[in-house]
Design a protein around this ligand. Structure first.
Ligand SMILES: NC(=O)C1=CN([C@@H]2O[C@H](COP(=O)(O)OP(=O)(O)OC[C@H]3O[C@@H](n4cnc5c(N)ncnc54)[C@H](O)[C@@H]3O)[C@@H](O)[C@H]2O)C=CC1
Ligand SMILES: O=C(O)/C=C/C=C(\O)C(=O)O
Length: 486
């Protein structure tokens, strides 16, 4: 531990199959490392084809069981209970999340774990309020639709918001009556391991929630398995592409939330104080490891210098370091591999003509842990790799622009299309520009303001489909239309 000792002990992570924690049959494990200290937190069972088969078999059996037939109100009450139990175990879960990810403990507590509970509370309410379509066609016929669960769903997740993203998929999947096999990231396995037990404690029948730990090969064994009906995935764009290929022979339903290189567009008439405060969050929250972070910042030329002066000054005030210290703003990057990836872009930036206004290097004086100083780069060309590629760390590029047309052209000149944040005091311009940005989610004069009913997801190489409210239900259900001739 660094500054603060903790009573919560890290856990070894086992698979969860048919309501039981189980090790791998062949005893294979790998180490789980705390990215802030480089200490080994524990071991994780590494699942192979055998564990994936067992988990899918349990889920397949359970799909015929009581879960999907359970009265809606009872299933909803179980979802609510899962949310309650997450909140009851909030301190423990927050600490495990921080030990696994390196993010500040206050962030795990107030964002990740709160939202994980809310994902269940939201869908517990949502599931009892939705109905299906019905149409009367003159005096000829009545058409109505009935829904059923998709079946066995594979939920595959990354390491940046481990419990938040797992529950974002698990809650609607369960609400719709499916059974699941979860595959958390190999880098952050602890909170999903606890979540599996919480589901059982809340009354979810055995076999409905299963989990297999492991690397990409374990995920691939799920995505290619003939007895899995659908895959919901969040992670890298190239992984999404590999999953699509693996899922093709068995024509699985797919939901993808992939990478991004999101623009912040700041016009001269925006409220500078709000701009600076929010840009600080959209750049460096969670060490920049949020798919929605705005890492390409475009500023209208007349306020470019003023923006940079204020933004750099505030960035320099950010405290980087011990995730357990309540004053820390930016913690450790999630793993050595990811740290090296981010550092490789910091090496590249000057070669591409960039200048660091702050940061640009590992945290000074830090001997252990994967800490990188929040970094602002200017002077890069629009085609430089640092401007075009997803770095997924505390690194932003800032470029000036002169006209609306010019900035829109640059903003849309990318394969990604996840989110954007647009800043202006002119309402007409706000609507006009927002309507032309090729992204799934656009915030005006704010960032990461969420309502779980809204469509969440990306276009182009940033994803397929949308999550949230009715959109999640669309994915996790199959519809049959029934027509009665009058
Ligand atoms: N936009 C987003 O939401 C996120 C994007 N990323 C991006 O991805 C990069 C790497 O992060 P990772 O977690 O390693 O992402 P990843 O896409 O490699 O892994 C995400 C999950 O997919 C699994 N997986 C990997 N290969 C697979 C395969 N062939 N078939 C099935 N499952 C597979 C992994 O084990 C993990 O559970 C980051 O540097 C960042 O650029 C990471 C996290 C979130
Ligand atoms: O659902 C949310 O509010 C946030 C989701 C964030 C991601 O999907 C991500 O960072 O990968």
């Amino acid at each position: 531990m660094l500054a603060t000792e903790t009573k919560v002990k890290p856990i070894d992570c086992y698979h969860y199959i048919d309501g039981q924690y189980v090790p791998s049959k062949n005893g294979k494990t790998f180490e789980n490392v705390n990215p802030a200290t480089e200490e080994v937190l524990g071991v994780v069972s590494e699942g192979g084809k055998e564990e994936v088969d067992l988990a899918i078999k349990a889920a397949r059996k359970a799909i015929k069981g009581e879960w999907r037939k359970m009265p809606l109100r009872k299933r909803s009450a179980i979802l609510r209970k899962i949310g309650d139990l997450i909140l009851e175990r909030k301190d423990e879960l927050a600490m495990l999340e921080t030990l696994d990810t390196g993010k500040p403990l206050w962030l795990s507590t107030n964002v990740d774990i709160d939202r994980a509970a809310y994902n269940f509370h939201f869908f517990a309410d949502y599931m009892i309020s939705v109905g299906n379509e019905a149409y009367q066609q003159d005096d000829i016929a009545i058409h109505y639709s009935v829904s059923r669960p998709v079946g066995v769903v594979g939920l595959i997740n990354p390491w940046n918001l481990p419990l938040l993203l797992m529950t974002w998929k698990l809650a609607p999947a369960l609400a719709a009556g499916n059974t699941v096999v979860m595959k958390p990231s190999e880098v952050t396995p602890m909170t999903a391991t606890v979540l599996a037990q919480i589901c059982t404690d809340a009354g979810v029948p055995d076999g409905v929630v299963n989990m297999v730990h492991g690397f990409g090969e374990t995920g691939a064994a799920i995505t290619s398995h003939p007895d899995v009906d659908a895959i919901a995935f969040t992670g890298e764009t190239v992984t999404g592409s590999a999953i699509m290929k693996a899922a093709a022979p068995t024509l699985k339903k797919l939901s993808f939330e992939l990478g991004g290189k999101n623009p912040n567009i700041i016009f001269a008439d925006a409220n500078m104080e709000d701009v600076i405060e929010t840009t600080l969050r959209s750049s460096f929250m969670n060490q920049g490891e949020v798919c929605l972070c705005g890492s390409r910042i475009y500023v209208e030329r007349s306020i470019y210098n003023e923006f940079l002066e204020k933004f750099v000054a505030k960035t320099k005030e950010l405290k980087v370091g011990d995730p357990l210290d309540p004053n820390t703003n930016v913690g450790a990057l999630v793993s050595k591999e990811h740290y090296n990836k981010v550092l490789s872009y910091l090496e590249l930036a000057p070669q591409e003509g960039g200048t660091f206004l702050t940061g640009g290097k590992p945290l000074e004086g830090s001997e252990k842990g994967y800490f990188v100083e929040p970094t602002i780069i200017t002077g890069l060309g629009r085609n430089s790799r640092c401007v075009r590629e997803e770095i997924f760390g505390p690194v932003v590029t800032v470029l000036p622009f002169d006209t609306e047309e010019e900035v829109l052209e640059q903003v849309n000149d990318t394969h990604y299309g996840l989110s954007a944040s647009l800043w202006t005091g002119d309402l007409k311009r706000a609507h006009r520009v927002a309507g032309q940005i090729e992204a799934g989610m656009i915030w005006i004069n704010t960032w990461f303001l969420r309502d779980l009913r809204t469509p969440f997801g990306g276009m182009k190489h940033s994803g397929i489909g949308r999550e949230g409210g009715a959109h999640s239900f669309d994915f996790y259900t199959e519809l049959s239309n029934i027509t009665i001739k009058l």
